[in-house]
Design a protein around this ligand. Structure first.
Ligand code: HMG
Ligand code: MG
Length: 302
């Protein structure tokens, strides 16, 4: 089985990671984290979310974060957008890439965005039309593809159904997300195969949380399927406030260790990435969740 020679890593730490922090994180720290990640070679850093501050107060400084970033040529700074209001604010802040986010189950859609799957798709359709008219790239994330905290098992057909709708309204990329990290390699493969019947594999991305420690195995299964775009979070930060029991995203350092070991090109420098993780963990006052970062930092110190 041949694996891709090159993949794109999207660090979602500044958004998925920091949206879930109980303690306030200053705008300056968010900006410094983004700068450190881009200096480490990440080609895409999910910067913030233009969601309702009543729902996610941690992202209320979205415009300030966007204004404070010194953009590096070639780096993308996608932001989450749930509706037209979010799109308008994101465009005013200079966003060039947005992420709309739906779900594979009705219960999660309601909890996370207060609407049904179909209502969400209708909202995103308007958002996509306007974004594309303005030259903004759109990605569609689908939550709870491999298990839902409210509905349990999720079928690959349900994932494929929402993926097709997201593609039809104009999302250039579609992300299969394991929001609560219950997925296994077999489930990952089944979801990818179901979606790939309708959407070219190059347009698919994978977003894994690591609650059950399966994310690296799932990513390997996705690589075998030909996926070339992966979300991860520096130091394994992350979690969705509307997904009970879910822990952080798979750590970028762990994914990079896997990819480096396979000789797959990413452009990311491990040492600088570990330093970015140490920076944010220092601010948060807790150790990294990345096994690779822990081991490599200990080796470097020795
Ligand atoms: P709603 O309460 O139904 O909406 O929320 P509403 O239209 O009635 O608005 C309520 C208030 O929010 C109003 O303010 C609006 O103006 C304001 P008020 O009139 O009461 O003063 N509002 C906004 N303010 C700023 N920006 C906006 C915006 N929209 C409304 N864009 C809504 C519906 C979708 C807005 C809400 O449910 C929401 O913001 N949800 C986002 C939840 C969220 O951010 N979750 C975490 C991110 S998703 C995730 O983590 C999963 C992911 O990582 C993939 C995975 O792992 O699965 C991506
Ligand atoms: Mg997530």
């Amino acid at each position: 089985m041949s694996l891709p020679r090159k993949v794109t890593l999207v660090d979602v730490g500044p958004r998925d990671g920091l949206q879930n922090e109980a303690q306030p994180v200053s705008t300056a720290v968010k900006i410094e984290l983004i700068h450190r990640l881009q200096e480490a070679g990440l080609p895409s850093v999910q910067a913030t979310a233009f969601v309702s501050p009543k729902w996610v107060p941690q992202m209320a400084d979205n415009a300030e974060v966007m204004a404070g970033i010194t953009r590096k040529p070639g780096v993308a700074y996608p932001v989450l957008v749930p509706n037209r209001k979010g799109l308008d604010a994101a465009m005013a802040a200079g966003a060039k890439e947005i992420v709309v986010f739906g779900a594979a189950t009705e219960a999660f859609s309601k909890k996370n965005t207060n609407c049904t799957i179909a209502e969400g798709v209708a909202r995103f359709s308007e958002v996509c039309d306007e974004a594309l008219k303005n030259g903004i790239k759109v990605r569609g994330d689908i939550s709870v593809c491999l298990g839902c905290p409210y509905e349990g098992e999720v079928s690959a057909d349900a994932v494929a159904h929402v993926a097709r709708e997201m593609a039809q309204i104009g999302c250039g990329q579609i992300t299969i997300c394991d929001t609560i990290g219950t997925g296994t390699a077999g489930k990952t493969r089944a979801a990818i195969e179901a979606v790939a019947k309708h959407i070219a594999i190059e347009r698919l991305a994978i977003h894994m949380h690591d609650t059950y420690g399966q994310a690296i195995a799932n990513i390997y299964a996705a690589l075998e399927c030909g996926i070339t775009i992966f979300d991860s979070s520096v130091a394994g930060l992350g979690g969705c406030p509307y997904a009970k029991g879910a822990t952080g995203n798979v750590a970028t350092e762990d994914v990079l260790y896997l990819l480096d070991g396979l000789g797959i090109e990413t452009g990311v420098d491990m040492k600088k990435l570990i330093a970015a993780g140490e920076f944010i963990c220092g601010v948060l006052g807790r150790p990294t969740s990345s096994r690779a970062a822990k081991a490599l930092a200990a080796k470097m110190a020795a």
